[in-house]
Design a binder for this molecule. Sequence first.
Ligand SMILES: Nc1ncnc2c1ncn2[C@@H]1O[C@H](COP(=O)(O)OP(=O)(O)O)[C@@H](O)[C@H]1O
Ligand code: SF4
Ligand SMILES: [Mg+2]
Length: 333
Amino acid sequence: MQQEHVLEIRGLKITTLRGKKRVPLLDYVDLDIPRKSSFGIVGESGCGKSITANAVLGLLPYPLRVEEGSIRYADTKGEKDLLHLSKREMREIRGHEISMIFQEPMTSLDPIFPVEMQMYEAISFHHPGLSRREMYERSLDMLRRVNIPRPEETLKSYPHQLSGGQLQRIMIAIALINQPGLLLADEPTTALDVTIQAQILGLMNELKEQNDTAIVMITHDLGVIAETCEKVAVFYAGQIVEQADVVELFTHTAHPYTLGLLRAVTSLGGESRKLYAIPGIVPPGGQWQKGCRFADRCERCMPKCTEAMPELSEVAPGHICRCFLHTEEAEKR
Ligand SMILES: Nc1ncnc2c1ncn2[C@@H]1O[C@H](COP(=O)(O)OP(=O)(O)O)[C@@H](O)[C@H]1O
Ligand code: SF4
Ligand SMILES: [Mg+2]
């Protein structure tokens, strides 16, 4: 593993059962997440973003499973092969070294306990020796850092007494309370209205500066990536189709799918533009056509696109793309 990476995914293949047959949902994905960076994963619904994140934390629901590949995590103490840990070792990593936040905070918070209990539980699981006073101070400090007004009161509140935006701030506070090396944020702002969404993204940027945590931001919206990320991988039908630094991706967009996503961007907080949607739909997992998986939706489709699968090739230093429009250029260079 390279020293500057906190996470390395190699050749990750995830399958599910259809009848008695195993069908692929994710097809040999490689990802490197640099330490303390903000990395975006973008693509429409059903492209394999969430299953990738869930695989990292050993949270794939049956009958999904990792078929091939490796996921390695490294902190200051050393490397870990996440696919070969015991349940106990994985529990110790979850919420401590790697945290995750989801679209719906209510699915992660327990409605019958006040916020304070849920924060203490997150702390005490990994730091059993702390006193109640210390846990209280640490929770209060964390709520202040995520800009919760009246944090003392909020600690005593139950989830149903708080708004969606406040709940998501609390989830972020819980996710960061043990200072993880990696935070996986799966559509953390999708359920929020645009103004609150912008506030939460602003908050995540601030926290990124203050902490040593790498953030993987998963979203269907390139606008969110533009606001928060340094690097981005574009997923389509279980594969990476383009990857680059964010500025490079936006200024030298190479893949027709990414161009479609760009046209569909909603401007955050500003005037909403007329919504564009790429015609057609993402093929269901495993039901991929021969050749380029985007071919049936692509305005630039050529005869060879339905014959052979384009490989990822470098179109500029650090910028890779899976499209025949660019493979010849890459070969020439
Ligand atoms: N529990 C599940 N059982 C069967 N198929 C699933 C399950 N979860 C996800 N999938 C399939 O895996 C593919 C990728 O899903 P997902 O990672 O959730 O997409 P995304 O997060 O990009 O919207 C989709 O085809 C989806 O239908
Ligand atoms: S390989 Fe062909 S079909 Fe696929 S994205 Fe490129 S031009 Fe479109
Ligand atoms: Mg998802």
